[in-house]
Structures are given as structure tokens and as C-alpha cells.
Unconditional design. Structure first.
Length: 255
């Protein structure tokens, strides 16, 4: 006769074994689902890592250099027919793709050319032509990125006039650049390489500061004595006028 207690114990063990297998299966499946994407993320991170290249050219045609940068950066270039010249670059160390493109812009600037974005392509044109092209416009608090591409910078002035700053900056810009004094808005409009504009902005920041604008007048006396009248008038002119009330220096005779 079979013992019923043994049958119950055997059935209970079988149920516990099935339950344990189910728990183990769920745990393995959950771990696989959670950890599965990690290798893919690792691959994406490795793919997004910056590449480093060595740029070393000895008297090569500039169009060959343009083609090399196009393949390196996946950029589409439309080259003006006038773009010609030989390029020599000595770079013993590796540089990133981003720095390689900055070197590319510097090489173009040295040869009298620059890049102008135009939708999905980038045009390579002479610097003289670029100022009338669709160059980037920088205004307000936008920062000028270092480089040698042509941009247009709008510079609002607070204390000086555009004509005054224009006279100071004109000798400092290149022949292919443009600076316009817009007196109605109190702004300067500068079209130049971004690296030179950054230098000009530091000069403007130094010059565009408050300064005293006092009125000077010559008052001829008809009946009084100058030596006696002068000390008597001094107390009336000791108070310094507010900045907004000060006028430009000028010489005027009163009668």
C-alpha cells in the first residue's frame, strides 16, 4: 500500500521545483532585457568618439585639399572657378576633425577665399565676393566663434557714436572687409573674419565708455574786472552736472 504522505510530499516538491524554475526564468529574462541595450549604447558611444587626423600637405593643389576636407567632414562644397593655388601645411601632431576644419578655413583665408553656408552645401568663394553673400549675422549677446570665416557683426554702442568708432577701426580692418556706421540706430555693422571681429570687439569695449562732456564758454566783460569777477563766479560752477546733462566741448563767445 502506497503511503499518502509520501505522495503529498512528492507533489509539493514538484510544485516548488516548477515555481523555482519559473522564478529563475523570469529573473534571467528581466536581466537580459535590462542589459541587452548596453552593448549597443557602447557601440554608439565609440562611434561618436572624436576622430583625430594628421594634416600634412606639401605644395598640393588647393582643390585636392578641399576634396580631402570634404571627405573628412562629410560636407558638400561648391567651389568658385577662381579658387586656385598651392597649399603647404606642416602638422606633426594629430588634431580633431573640428580643428582640422578650422585649419581649412585659415588656409582659405590666407589664399584670399572663405566659406559661405548655403543650405545643404558650403560655397567657397573669394573674400571680396563673400561680403555680399548670405553670411552669418551675429548680434546681441551671441559669441563670436574663433576662426577665419566671414561673418557680419552688429555692434550696439552705449556711450560713443558710430562715426567716432568707425574712424578708429577703419585702419584696423582688411581691404576685403566692410565697416558701416549706422547713426540712426547707434550701431556699427562689421563684415570681417570672425577672428578679426573678436579683436575689434575688445577694442570697442575699451573705447565705448562714459566720458565727461563739459561746456566751455568765453564771456567777455564790458564794465567789470576779470580778476575780481572770476573768484566771485567760482562757487556757481563747483557742482558737477549729471552725465546726461553734460554737453560736448565747444568754444563760444557770449555777448
Amino acid at each position: 500500500m502506497v503511503n499518502k504522505g509520501l505522495i503529498v510530499n512528492g507533489s509539493l516538491r514538484l510544485i516548488l521545483l516548477k515555481f523555482s524554475l519559473m522564478v529563475l526564468f523570469v529573473a534571467v529574462w528581466h536581466q537580459a532585457s535590462f542589459c541587452g541595450p548596453v552593448p549597443a549604447m557602447a557601440q554608439d558611444q565609440s562611434a561618436a568618439a572624436p576622430r583625430f587626423v594628421t594634416i600634412d600637405f606639401d605644395n598640393v593643389d588647393i582643390n585636392i585639399f578641399i576634396k580631402y576636407i570634404s571627405e573628412l567632414t562629410d560636407k558638400n562644397f561648391v567651389v568658385d572657378p577662381s579658387v586656385q593655388g598651392q597649399v603647404t601645411i606642416v602638422s606633426p601632431t594629430n588634431i580633431s576633425e573640428q580643428d582640422a576644419y578650422k585649419v581649412f578655413e585659415s588656409v582659405l583665408e590666407i589664399h584670399g577665399y572663405t566659406t559661405v553656408p548655403a543650405g545643404s552645401v558650403t560655397k567657397i568663394v573669394p573674400l571680396v565676393t563673400a561680403r555680399s553673400q548670405n553670411v552669418d549675422i551675429i548680434s546681441g549677446d551671441q559669441q563670436v566663434e574663433p576662426g577665419d570665416r566671414i561673418v557680419t557683426q552688429l555692434v550696439p554702442l552705449k556711450h560713443t557714436t558710430p562715426l567716432e568708432i568707425n574712424q578708429v577701426l577703419k585702419p584696423l580692418i582688411s581691404k576685403t572687409s566692410v565697416i558701416v556706421a549706422h547713426t540712426q540706430s547707434g550701431m556699427l555693422i562689421i563684415t570681417d573674419t570672425s577672428s578679426n571681429i573678436k579683436r575689434l570687439l575688445s577694442i570697442i569695449e575699451t573705447l565705448d565708455v562714459p566720458y565727461s562732456r563739459e561746456q566751455i564758454a568765453v564771456i567777455p566783460l564790458e564794465h567789470g574786472n576779470v580778476e575780481k569777477a572770476g573768484p566771485s563766479c567760482k562757487p556757481f560752477f563747483r557742482k558737477v552736472l549729471p552725465q546726461k546733462q553734460r554737453a560736448r566741448p565747444f568754444h563760444r563767445a557770449l555777448r
